[in-house]
Write a protein that binds this ligand. Structure first.
Ligand SMILES: Cc1cc2nc3c(=O)[nH]c(=O)nc-3n(C[C@H](O)[C@H](O)[C@H](O)COP(=O)(O)OP(=O)(O)OC[C@H]3O[C@@H](n4cnc5c(N)ncnc54)[C@H](O)[C@@H]3O)c2cc1C
Ligand code: FES
Length: 255
């Protein structure tokens, strides 16, 4: 899907962690059409610096209210400019872009860092008959605000921290194997740092459960028009992550 430009109106833009912000935008067309795991490519300035749009996943969308939610970490100039947006400001959003996750009845969601955003979107929008466990991986307890985002979602949350200051010490894969022995899952969906997703995909494969991963390649156009986001698939196929992904079957891009 190549998306369209919608001039969104910022409803709020709030800092929720030391370098993480949550923005709610009135963008009724995308709010109605977005699917789980898709993203929008935002133009953070009307000028030329930075020239390229910045891809951000939908962390939520509400067709009735006409709003989309973005969760973003400030890592450079583009995301820094986003923090300056205030209620009533306009943000140029190109979307919905990319391929969505395929959900199932019994899901294991695994998110790390800002990769938690699309997991939140899935957790908030479970369909009748669907249930999910969520494993969230943080560096330390200071990032626990991510877990608070799930407090109204009908999911069971498991937390791991690299230093053991909250939840289980280690990476999400530390609790994944035990959980997958205790519970039945139809699919594992994951988004986060590539090493984490590779570990998650390996455990899922070992347990015989299909896994979908969402790749966070650097992007140019976001719509398939350049080769800024190429990745090599197992079968030798050259994929464009923005158009053919960002969601792929793990075995197609990792093994
Ligand atoms: C499909 C997709 C969905 C995304 N969803 C989110 C999201 O929901 N929330 C969020 O905070 N971020 C998300 N990102 C990453 C986000 O697009 C980048 O962090 C952002 O473009 C950085 O822009 P900047 O101008 O602030 O930083 P830049 O000045 O462009 O870069 C600053 C630093 O970040 C690194 N960087 C930039 N982009 C990426 C990337 N895609 N992957 C790894 N490292 C990168 C650069 O190498 C550099 O070291 C997503 C990326 C993709 C491809
Ligand atoms: S970013 Fe241009 S083809 Fe994907």
């Amino acid at each position: 899907m190549s998306g369209y430009v919608e001039m969104g109106r910022v409803i709020h833009n709030t800092q929720i962690g030391s370098d993480v912000w949550r923005m709610s935008i009135y963008a009724p067309k995308q709010a109605k059409e977005a699917q789980l795991g898709q993203f929008c490519n935002v133009r953070v300035t009307g000028g030329t610096a930075p020239l390229l749009r910045r891809p951000i996943s939908y962390a939520g969308f509400d067709a009735e209210a006409g709003t989309i939610d973005l969760l973003y970490r400030v890592v450079g100039k583009g995301t820094e400019i986003m923090t300056q947006l205030r209620e009533g400001d306009t943000l140029d959003c190109l979307g919905p872009l990319g391929q969505a996750f395929t959900t199932a009845d019994r899901m294991l969601l695994v998110g790390g860092g800002v990769g938690i955003a699309p997991m939140l979107c899935i957790a908030d929008r479970l369909q009748p008959g669907q249930e999910a466990h969520v494993i969230l991986g943080f560096r330390n307890a200071s990032e626990s605000f991510w877990a608070d985002l799930f407090k109204d979602s009908p999911v069971t949350v498991h937390i791991t921290t690299d230093d053991g200051s909250l939840g289980t010490k280690g990476y999400p894969t530390t609790v994944m194997e035990t959980l997958m022995k205790e519970e039945q899952f139809d699919v594992v969906l994951t988004c986060g740092p590539t090493p984490m997703m590779k570990g998650v995909a390996a455990v899922a494969q070992q347990m015989g459960v299909p896994c979908q991963v969402s790749l966070e390649e650097r992007m140019g156009c976001g719509t398939g028009g350049c080769v800024g986001c190429a990745c090599q698939g197992k079968s030798g196929t050259r994929y464009k992550v923005c158009k053919d992904g960002p969601v792929f079957p793990a075995e197609e891009v990792f093994f």
